[in-house]
Design a binder for this molecule. Structure first.
Ligand code: OGA
Ligand code: MN
Length: 295
């Protein structure tokens, strides 16, 4: 083993020992990182330095094709000039802090709902890689939940009932629950996607609840029945025993598997403190045979 991992929570979440990812090209090391992702579902790499291009190149080496439709792309063009890098910041295009009524800010507040990235798209997001570049003075943790442990913790009878269910995920739905309004044109672009509620992770064959605040319905179910069940599952899955809070340090790169976890941002003083992170997410398409064979 080249990498060492320090587990932070009883079921998941590891901090990896010193390694410089922008120079990591060795397939054995990349394969160890994938193996560690299968085990821990979230990994933190300290002190990373990436340009956007290096960040994207690393993401491709680790997990293949990049997602370019993960979020705000339907609303506005990114200030970063590439849709493969998502701007997770409170900074406007003129580099000042966003005004409280800035539409991008209001849109971004929904990151504080529990979610998985790009589940409202098909293909959805697989690995998200979020890099901390400027952090506020106060804590602005990201919370992660282990959806494999949450699945394991369901009653056996309920597991059987949930098997085979398909959910519709819509970003317009999750934002609308907060009172955010979309134009008709935007609605048209944000039709959403259907994904199974229970996913089996290909390499470990563990099952996980695939949940998000984006879920608007269960296919073939009456709406109130679908929504109450999803609400109950969200409550179950976000109980403290399944959750770990990541306290950011400058230079952290956090990688999470969206098939195995949910996450959410937390509140901070965004009117006065700058927070700039950048995210690259891979496409949840079948893995390249070389990657599967290497495991
Ligand atoms: C994300 C996200 C949470 C945060 O980057 O996908 O949800 O704390 N971020 O910024
Ligand atoms: Mn997210």
């Amino acid at each position: 083993m080249v990498i060492s991992v320090n587990q932070q929570h009883s079921s998941f979440f590891g901090v990896v020992g010193p390694i410089n990812l922008r120079d990591t090209v060795d397939e054995t090391v990349l394969s160890e990182i994938r193996g560690a992702m299968d085990k821990y579902a979230v990994l933190v790499f300290r002190d990373q330095q990436f340009t956007d291009d290096e960040h994207k190149a690393f993401a491709k080496r680790l997990d293949g094709e990049l997602h370019t439709k993960t979020g705000a792309a339907a609303l506005t063009k990114s200030r970063l000039g590439t849709e493969a890098v998502t701007d997770i910041s409170n900074v406007a295009s003129d580099k000042t802090l966003m005004k409280s009524d800035d539409r991008r800010r209001l849109y971004g507040l929904a990151n504080r709902l529990w979610h998985t990235d790009a589940s409202f798209q098909d293909p959805a997001g697989r690995y998200s890689m979020l890099h901390a570049q400027v952090l506020p003075q106060d804590r602005a943790d990201t919370l992660f939940g282990d959806m494999r442990a949450a699945y394991d913790g369901l009653d056996e009878g309920l597991k059987v009932e949930l098997e085979g269910l398909q959910c519709h995920h819509s970003i317009a739905y999750s934002r609308t629950t907060l009172g955010f309004e979309f134009s008709e044109d935007e609605h048209e672009k944000l039709k959403g996607a259907v994904h199974p509620l229970i996913r089996t992770l290909p390499r470990t064959e563990r099952k996980a609840l695939y949940l998000a605040s984006h879920i608007s319905s269960i296919i073939g179910w009456e709406l109130p029945e679908a929504r109450i069940l999803i609400k109950e599952l969200m409550e179950h899955a976000t109980q403290p025993q399944f959750v770990h809070a990541h306290q950011w340090r400058d230079g952290d790169l956090v990688i999470w598997d969206n098939r195995a976890t949910m996450h959410r941002a937390t509140r901070y003083d965004d009117a006065n403190q700058r927070r700039e992170l950048r995210r690259v997410t891979t496409l949840d398409i079948p893995e390249a045979p070389a990657i599967i064979a290497a495991e």
